[in-house]
Design a protein around this ligand. Structure first.
Ligand SMILES: Cc1ncc(COP(=O)(O)O)c(C=O)c1O
Length: 373
């Protein structure tokens, strides 16, 4: 099997497994227990929080552990609404976890919603964003725009967006799930009020995520049930997950430039192969080094293409994992208004992929002579 779907999830790094095992075997206490066993777990919990705070250059009190990015996003946007936001602005290419959370929050609190269109390169118009913000009362808007698109690898111009949100005193939420392996995440530098991260996209376990939430904002727990995570996320903390996430983040953070070089090499290899084998191929412009969005002319439908690749032992996807399985065209491809004569796929590279296996998968899966072009 050649796994080329690392934007959907990554395998767990062996050092992460070791870190989790340690907790499972010898630090399995409940951090809320007051006895020694619980206090030992609490020490690890707060050490992990301080670790993330240091790396993100924020205050530990602004770091919350959650069950994953979807939960972080929902908590952040609901809390934005509780801070007096009247108008949410997002973009048509955001992950469903953001689009559906914005939809839900706006319905629940009767707020205005604007979904920005993107051009064929997946970019929003900064002029449009600026003029929408200028047309609203100062401090009344929230902007929810991702750092790196999970399907296309397109990067939003975070610094320019941050300048606009600062100028118009809008709150800024940034989904950074796909950015952690190659980019520096700095909420203060980019004037970000809340952001989400997910362990399983960076060689950590599933079921654990992080929310950064600016301490200048009011916090209102969304549900009751305990005072864990200062009420922001009641429920016993996933300690093996948090320990694994910390290790995964540490490895990713210290290995960014080597990882980026590796991804760039694999991506280049794939682009060259596709361009040499197809007389006509769409290569996405997304700059994320680990994500290649491409389109091939193929008369088969997407399910048939994916099944064929699967039978050949090649794992990649038509878009985000959450929507594969449904035959619908991805909302991202639709929003970008891409040429319908191509079938669009996402190949996403990982640290464990080698050049030879990528080449082998490309030769096996993408030879138009044998495909139905
Ligand atoms: C950009 C982006 N945001 C949010 C999510 C949701 O993350 P999680 O699986 O941790 O809930 C994903 C996962 O596919 C993603 O790629």
């Amino acid at each position: 099997m050649v796994y080329l779907d690392n934007a959907a999830t990554t395998p767990i790094h062996p050092e992460v497994i070791d870190a989790m095992n340690k907790v499972l075997v010898s630090n399995w206490g409940n951090p809320s227990s007051t006895h020694g066993n619980g206090r030992k777990a609490k020490v690890l919990l707060e050490k992990s929080r301080r670790f993330f705070a240091e790396r993100l250059e924020v205050d530990p009190a602004e770091v919350f552990f959650t069950s994953g990015a979807t939960e972080s996003i929902y908590i952040a946007l609901q809390n934005f609404a509780q801070n007096g936001v009247k108008h949410f602005i997002t973009a048509a290419t955001e992950h469903k976890a953001v689009l559906e959370a914005v939809e839900d929050v706006c319905l629940k609190y009767t707020l205005k919603k604007t979904v920005l269109n993107v051009d064929q390169t997946g970019q929003i118009s900064l002029e449009e964003l600026g003029s929408i913000l200028a047309g609203n009362e100062l401090g009344s808007c929230a902007v929810a725009l991702m750092h790196t698109n999970n399907e296309t690898g397109v990067l939003h111009p975070i610094e320019s967006i941050a300048k606009l949100t600062e100028k118009h005193r809008a709150l800024f939420f940034c989904d950074c799930v796909q950015a952690g392996l190659f980019s520096t995440i700095s909420p203060r530098k980019f004037n970000i009020d809340a952001l989400s991260l997910s362990a399983h996209k960076m060689y950590g376990p599933k079921g654990v995520g992080l929310l950064y939430f600016n301490s200048k904002l009011k916090r209102t727990p969304l549900w009751k049930g305990g005072s864990q995570e200062r009420g922001m996320r009641p429920g016993t903390e996933n300690m093996p997950g948090i320990a694994g996430f910390s290790k995964a983040f540490e490895l990713a953070d210290t290995n960014k430039s080597a990882a980026t070089e590796h991804f760039v090499r694999l991506k280049q290899l794939a682009v060259e192969h596709l361009q040499s084998k197809y007389s006509s191929v769409y290569i996405g412009v997304g700059e994320a080094p680990h994500i290649l969005h491409f389109g091939i002319p193929d008369s088969r439908n997407m399910d048939a293409i994916l099944l064929d690749l699967d039978l050949k032992g090649i794992c990649l996807s038509a878009g985000s994992a959450c929507q594969s399985g449904s035959q619908k065209i991805s909302h991202v491809v639709q929003a970008m208004n891409l040429d319908p004569k191509y079938q669009y796929l996402r190949m996403s590279f990982g640290l464990m992929n080698t050049e030879s296996e990528v080449l082998e998968a490309l030769k096996l899966g993408f030879e138009p002579l044998h495909n139905h072009t």
